[in-house]
Ligand binder design. Structure first.
Ligand code: FAD
Length: 520
């Protein structure tokens, strides 16, 4: 059975914890603590879809797969950004879908889309519900209703081609489910975003996600060899060869399309053999710049490990002080995690280690690396515990070329500090590295104002503008959703916006597919 997340918190409800005393003390000192009462009384908006449409949906999918009860609708309301959590915590469920519909096959999806067009219903594909950019909040004005198209029944491993090392997966498989099916074949995907436990294959493709092992296995879009997309105009199948010159690559039009061009019903991905060995080690660098330069050196000299991440001074200090991630005594400087997976990793470990030492790194050993690997999916649970005690906390990310890294880092840090005040803590890490540049991932914590949602939206707008003004992207892997649209328009310009609108207008002329999401 699929574990469901708490409607207003991250992750498995069984793992919810109060803020550890050690961290609480630190937070009290730095930001102040103010318990925020949980809202117990929440009323769901009534189901807005007409009875005859509901009857048609039931005839199509069966009674068990057309759900209008409060619980299912609440669990499919919005995603898991801090604004989503704050809205849910305040009892605001106005974005709840009228119905949760669960197609079981590609043909069900095609028929569901046709039904939505006939009745002018907004349909929102739902994979794991971990969107952090408002990707699950469709516009409802002018529509007969909103249907959440929950892909939870489409969880098959449909094809395994060990000769070509590709497999075909259905979109509703969550990260661990996909890896479990592949492990039984001696294979793995190697896509481990921090939302791994809940996010789905379809969601990874629709948002162009990137995982913690992207240095070794690549971003999700780089793993995708082919896709099937159900649209109001018919089905698009792309990816019949490992590479081709048959015009623009239409895979790239489907990847990152966030449910606005169609619903992804299967994904062909390249796979790897399960690694024989896994070694993670920690390193210390005297500064963020020294560590970033070392990462650049590895990337530009063919020395990429499987995992490569670097915390700035603030994030390193907090990790060490709270013992939440890597533990151990504070050594100052910046913490780097380097992971090697595969066969005969010792030789590679030695080569990379020698380069890092030469570049000013000090090895801190494998225990701290192993501690990072152990706790790699746990940090998001801490966000809820911090929100509980009145701390505003959220993450945001961007990417740029190496030569612009420092400027971008300073621009975003000052935008956030100016917007949220002097008591703001801005932490940053680099966890996706390329020959030409890297992503910067910020975590922000500040004392909550009386209206925390508006407080965050104002700060996020300033940080987003700082990213675009600094010539960086508005998102390296969180996608666009509704939240990043204004900055996407600035990033891709008028012609870019026209291209997106033209594709949307042709594939979805009545605008029923996730309306309001992605397209500026
Ligand atoms: C705590 C936390 C940590 C995160 N860490 C990472 C990270 O490390 N790396 C990263 O890349 N992202 C991360 N994210 C963001 C999020 O997990 C990714 O965007 C993920 O790919 C979304 O997958 P999902 O299945 O949950 O999609 P959903 O949230 O269900 O949907 C996301 C968008 O894709 C659309 N969609 C979903 N399925 C389909 C489909 N089959 N066809 C068409 N459209 C579809 C939805 O309509 C929506 O617009 C994190 C989020 C959280 C809350």
């Amino acid at each position: 059975m699929t574990t469901e997340m708490h409607p207003s918190r991250w992750g498995n409800p069984a793992e919810t914890t109060a803020l550890p005393e050690s961290t609480r003390g630190l937070v009290e000192l730095a930001l102040g603590v103010r318990e925020t009462p949980a809202v117990e009384e929440v009323s769901m908006p009534p189901v807005g879809l007409a009875d005859d449409v509901l009857a048609e949906l039931r005839a199509l999918l069966g009674d068990d797969h057309v759900l209008t009860d409060d619980e299912h609708r609440r669990l499919r309301t919005r995603g898991k950004s801090t604004p989503d959590l704050l809205r849910a915590r305040s009892g605001d469920l106005t974005d709840a879908p009228d119905v949760v519909a669960r197609p079981g096959t590609h043909d069900d999806v095609v028929a569901l889309i046709a039904l939505a067009v006939r009745h002018h219903i907004a349909i929102v594909p739902f994979g794991g519900g971990t969107s952090v950019t408002g990707g699950l909040v469709a516009r409802r004005e002018g529509y007969a209703g909103v249907v959440s198209v929950d892909l939870i029944r489409m969880k098959a491993l449909r094809e395994v081609d060990k000769e070509s090392m590709t497999v075909v997966l259905e979109p509703g498989l969550r990260g661990p489910e996909a890896e479990e099916l592949l492990a039984a074949e001696g294979l793995m995907l190697g896509h481990f975003p921090q939302s791994f436990e809940f996010a789905s294959i379809g969601g990874f493709a629709a948002t162009r996600s990137s995982g913690q092992s992207s240095a070794g296995y690549g971003r999700f879009d780089a793993m995708v060899m082919g896709l099937t997309l159900a649209t109001p105009q018919g089905t698009l199948e792309v990816g019949s060869s490992p590479a081709n010159a048959a015009g623009p690559d239409l895979r790239q039009l489907v990847l990152g399309s966030e449910g606005a061009f169609g619903i992804i019903t299967s994904v062909r991905v390249r796979v790897k053999k399960l690694p024989v060995e896994k070694v993670y080690e920690a390193w210390n660098f005297p500064s963020f710049t020294a560590g970033a330069d070392a990462m650049r050196h590895l990337a530009q000299n063919g020395l990429m490990p499987t995992v490569l991440r670097l915390s700035d001074e603030n994030e390193t200090a907090l990790n060490l002080a709270s013992h939440s991630d890597v533990g151990g005594e504070s050594t100052g400087g910046c913490l780097m995690i380097v992971g090697h997976e595969g066969a005969s990793v010792a030789a590679r470990q030695a080569l990379v280690g020698a380069a890092l030492e030469e570049l000013g790194g000090t090895p801190l050993g494998e225990d701290r690396g192993a501690a990072w690997a152990e706790g790699r999916f746990h940090a998001p649970y801490l966000r809820d515990s911090l929100l509980d005690v009145g701390v505003l906390v959220e993450t945001l990310e961007t990417a740029t070329f190496w030569s612009n890294r420092d400027r971008l880092y300073k621009a975003v840090t000052s935008a956030l500090t100016e917007a949220l005040g002097e008591k703001t803590l801005v932490l940053c890490h680099i966890s996706h590295v390329y020959e030409t540049g890297c992503s910067l991932y910020f975590t922000v914590a500040a004392p909550q104002a009386d209206a925390p949602l508006e407080q965050w939206l104002a700060a996020k707008a300033k940080a987003s503008q700082a990213m675009v003004d600094a010539g960086a992207t508005i998102t390296h892997h969180h996608a666009v959703g509704t939240d990043h649209k204004p900055w996407l328009a600035q990033e891709i310009g008028e012609v870019g916006v026209r291209i997106l609108r033209a594709v949307k207008a042709d594939l979805d002329p009545t605008d029923v597919l996730n309306p309001g999401v992605l397209i500026p």
